[in-house]
Design a protein around this ligand. Structure first.
Ligand code: SF4
Length: 196
């Protein structure tokens, strides 16, 4: 395994978003992103030249990896060949999740166990990979017209922005007014309880 990854941070915390919210996990944040979202809350991860270049072995030595779940995030982690990293994590018995903006395919051979796609307006809400859950950040102007329900997975999360009242009201209304889609209102649990 000679692959190197631009690693910004490795840390343990609870997953704050999506269906796995509340579960303990180890996060691996990789540098580089192909989008430039104006509200990006990890702007430090967008530049492609950020992070420390680590081999799989060096990366795995950085943390105890005691949690059963590992979440690879960014930035946009699909800019990197994740196969060797996922393989090494599977060898340690980990359940491997990916968080992506959906603009790139996710090769089946990488073996990712769970894919969270958070489509962005900057890419026209493109979804070019398999998704286990779709997570949309909802502002006042958000419309369900951007969701392709024919191709969508069973889990669609409307995530409110930092519990802003207008965002909460919009997401709440969309959930309650569209029961046929079984939408789920999501919060950023980690921000509510004040952890990383
Ligand atoms: S896709 Fe994600 S990491 Fe990239 S700029 Fe947008 S919010 Fe930031």
């Amino acid at each position: 395994m000679n692959s190197k990854y631009p690693v910004l941070e490795v840390f343990d915390s609870v997953q704050g978003e999506g269906l796995h919210a509340g579960l303990g996990a180890t996060f691996i944040r990789l540098a580089g992103c192909n989008l430039r979202c104006t509200w990006c809350d990890t702007a430090y991860s967008v530049a492609g030249d950020g992070g420390e270049s680590l081999s799989v072995e060096e990366l795995l030595a950085r943390q105890a990896f005691a949690q059963p779940m590992v979440i690879i995030t960014g930035g946009e982690p699909t800019l990197h060949d994740l196969g060797p990293l996922v393989q090494a994590l599977h060898a340690r018995g980990k359940y491997v999740c990916l968080e992506t903006n959906g603009t790139n395919p996710v090769p089946e051979e990488w073996g990712i166990d769970w894919i969270t796609v958070s489509p962005k307006p900057q890419s026209g809400y493109a979804v070019r990979c398999r998704a286990n859950e779709l997570k949309y950040v909802v502002d006042e102007g958000f419309s369900l017209a951007v969701v392709d329900f024919d191709k969508a997975p069973g889990h669609i999360i409307l995530q409110v922005e930092s519990c802003r009242p207008a965002s909460v009201a919009k997401a709440y209304a969309l959930v309650m007014e569209n029961p046929q889609h079984k939408l789920r209102l999501g919060v950023q649990l980690h921000k509510l309880i004040g952890v990383e």
